[in-house]
Design a protein. Structure first.
Length: 289
């Protein structure tokens, strides 16, 4: 099976991009939207080179707003050009040339097992290959379809009509938990967050490292104090709806955020600044306008 022109649109949100963006586009050979989040003018030559690639459009945003806007720009174009699926990929991810075909085939195979139509809101790799090790999602089977509660957006294949139904990606969140919020709203709308072992994604999860705590391997990120603040704040913002939809997943998520915040203050550099960043995320902040 080959991916037809109107099945999958690729969107790559960028900020200070590298030539890896060109590599992704050339590998996947899809109609592509690159949404740049106000990179400095020193990146103009590279972005011009990207815009010259076949079936590729570059959107240069004039102010920095976060990844959600770029994803929504891809979603808007996918809907207006009647694409069924939106593949979202970070600029630093690595995947092979067969990725789009394989993950689309997995989505279609899963739906053949499910009575409701449409079934799949998003599908993603079961494992993410990080430099520090493998990240695996907790999984259960629903009518033989492997599902989870949320996935990271890079490497995920989203159903365009489902995203439109939930209002797209939440731009008030900016960067952190944008994918988690979308997955939450898809679950609330009755869609499955599906997984597949047929594709492999290499992605750097916040320059993370893995530590062993009481016999369990925990991934600790090296995000900046500012990012730690938004990570905590956005997760707390989603918590009430998460507990209503899936108490187990909500508790697991808050535990993970707490451990990451604590370990960030005990390992690596700028420990005190990272601790203060995490603590500042406990304070309410007005949504962006």
């Amino acid at each position: 099976m080959q991916v037809t022109k109107q099945e999958v649109l690729l969107v790559i949100p960028t900020f200070r991009p590298t030539r890896s963006v060109i590599s992704i586009i050339e590998k996947l050979k899809l109609t592509t939207i690159v949404s740049d989040d106000c990179s400095p003018v020193t990146f103009d030559p590279l972005l011009r080179e990207v815009s010259a690639l076949p079936r590729t459009t570059v959107i240069r945003n004039l102010h920095n707003q976060g990844i959600a806007r770029g994803l929504n720009q891809g979603l808007e174009l996918a809907a207006s050009h009647r694409f069924e699926w939106l593949l979202t990929v970070d600029q630093d991810s690595d995947l092979d040339s067969d990725y789009a075909r394989a993950i689309l085939s997995a989505a279609q195979s899963h739906e053949a097992l499910w009575i409701q139509r449409p079934a799949i809101g998003v599908i993603a790799p079961h494992q993410v290959q990080d430099a520090s090790g493998v990240m695996t999602y907790p999984t259960k089977l629903v009518d033989s379809v492997p599902v989870t509660q949320e996935v990271i957006q890079s490497g995920a294949l989203w159903r365009v009509s489902a995203l439109r139904q939930i209002g797209g990606f939440d731009e008030n969140l900016g960067i952190d938990a944008v994918d988690a919020a979308a997955c939450l709203h898809l679950r609330e709308a009755g869609y499955l967050i599906a997984l597949t072992d047929t594709v492999e994604l290499h992605h750097n999860l916040g320059n993370s490292h893995q530590v062993n705590i009481l016999g369990k391997t925990v991934m600790v990120t090296n995000h900046s104090p500012a990012r730690r603040a938004t990570m905590v704040r956005n997760r707390l913002r989603l918590a009430p709806a998460e507990f209503k939809q899936s108490p187990v997943h909500a508790a697991r998520t808050l535990r993970r955020v707490t451990v990451n915040s604590l370990m960030g203050g005990l390992t690596g550099t700028d420990r005190w600044e990272k601790t203060k960043g995490s603590l500042s995320g406990l304070r309410r902040k007005k949504p962006n306008k």
